[in-house]
Ligand binder design. Structure first.
Ligand code: ZN
Ligand code: ZN
Length: 359
């Protein structure tokens, strides 16, 4: 390991124990996914140079009771003991699910603490991003909400403007519920149209409430949206919001499941777009947040595309070269897609910009 030019490093939070989950053989979140992705980025030479492997510390019971109700925690413990029961219809239980939840969420907090203390510039938590879990329920493959835990830990440390940039193809409905009235947290979520996509939430009009009004931004895309409309929406919305907010810490979910090869969703972006978004977030972190950037992988259910995405983001964080194979989505953006996206972007601007005082 050699330090980066500024002497600080990129942390990759990793444990072989990450593969200890078991949602069953037919579940889209396959056992082997994390190891495959690890092998891919390792073979591509992306864990060298300024990268440091970090051991995750399991989430503490004290933090767990702040992000989830006692009843829900008890339910997960019970499922964990017997292996019987389920978190929700998409999230089957297994023996040890409680400890697994603590480890995979703790991984995110471990990264957050390393970056907040200045020991690292950036971290990547490949198991992080459980954005569907709510205070009293899990679901959508999510057990405990590590994004909420990370925000609370940062607030404890005195951070006042925390940006959650959630580009996972599914809306972060759980995370939104924790901070809906809180201007210390800005959430920007780009996702597929909730009308037909899980979790059927994340409407443009849901902009936050009370003091948090305007700080919850939802932009959604119609099926088959490709790089060009996605980039248009990004350019129209994100820089204005980030420059207005000047975040002190950025938590970034890159959206590997918006890739055109992903079997669970219907957006058609490539790793070129993932690189574009990641590059912006990385530059924004260095401009506004003294480099403080945490990446939580979130979804990505095509193992190869997940690996390409992870490699792409790591290459942005480290400056190391990485080029996934050339990708050709099956469609281009057509006029209808452009019309919907232009109109959605305008609706987001009309809903949010005046509330924040952005002209
Ligand atoms: Zn997702
Ligand atoms: Zn950097």
């Amino acid at each position: 390991m050699s330090p980066s030019p500024n002497g600080r490093t990129v942390g990759f939070v990793w444990s072989p124990e990450f593969e200890r989950f078991d949602y069953g053989r037919r579940h889209p979140l396959r056992v082997g996914r994390f190891q495959m992705a690890f092998d891919l980025v390792n073979e591509a030479g992306l864990l060298e140079g300024s990268v440091r492997l970090i051991d995750p510390v399991p989430l503490s019971d004290e933090m767990l009771v702040r992000i989830h109700s006692e009843e829900y925690i008890k339910q997960v413990k019970q499922i964990s003991l017997t292996g019987q029961g389920e978190i929700d219809i998409d999230t089957p239980g297994f023996k040890g699910i409680y400890e697994y939840g603590q480890l995979s969420c703790g991984a995110t907090l471990t990264g957050v603490r390393e970056v907040a203390s200045g020991r690292l510039n950036h971290f990547l938590s490949p198991t992080g991003g459980f954005h569907h879990a709510k205070y009293d329920s899990g679901g959508g493959f999510c057990i405990f909400n590590d994004v909420a835990a990370a925000v609370l830990a940062l607030k404890d440390l005195g951070f006042e403007r925390i940006l959650v940039a959630d580009f996972d193809v599914h809306h972060g409905n759980g995370t939104q519920t924790y901070f809906y009235e809180d201007p210390d947290v800005m959430i920007i979520s780009f996702h597929e149209d909730p009308e037909w996509m899980y979790p059927h939430d994340g409407h443009i009009g849901d902009i936050g409430a009370g003091k948090g009004r305007g700080y919850n931004i939802n932009m959604h895309f119609p099926m088959d949206s490709c790089d060009s409309v996605y980039r248009y929406a990004f350019d129209q919305l994100v820089p204005s919001l980030v420059e207005f907010y000047q975040p002190e810490f950025i938590l970034f979910l890159p959206g590997f499941d918006a890739h055109y090869n992903d079997p669970l969703a219907h957006l058609k972006i490539t790793t070129n777009m993932i690189r574009y978004v990641a590059q912006y977030m990385h530059d924004a972190a260095h401009t506004w947040s003294e480099g403080r950037l945490g990446v939580l992988s979130a979804g990505g259910y095509d193992a190869t595309a997940f690996g390409w995405g992870l490699g792409t983001v790591l290459s942005v964080l480290t400056g190391l070269k990485y080029s996934p194979p050339k990708q050709t989505p099956p469609f281009d953006d057509d006029e209808e897609t452009w019309d919907i996206v232009r109109s959605n972007v305008q609706d987001v601007k009309d809903a949010v910009f005046p509330a924040l005082g952005i002209s």
